[in-house]
Design a protein around this ligand. Sequence first.
Ligand SMILES: [Zn+2]
Length: 87
Amino acid sequence: MLMASERRPAIRTVRGWAICALQEAGAIRECEEHGWMQDRADPHARERAFDIARRNPPAGVSTDEAAAEVRDVLNSIGDTCPECPPD
Ligand SMILES: [Zn+2]
């Protein structure tokens, strides 16, 4: 049976969700050339992402957990692409 091994740990799903929410809110973006996620350092966009987490957390995840994950993803993402040359 393949079913059991295909189950992913919940944290992976929540992290993926948090990245989607942050992109949707415009708080992070992907470098078009290299694909690294970048923090746009936009407080309003961050607020929108937390708003999404509070109002619409993924199934089976509390609003606190969803917001904590959004914060965690933000903390793990730099504000520049490591492969783009600095200005
Ligand atoms: Zn880049």
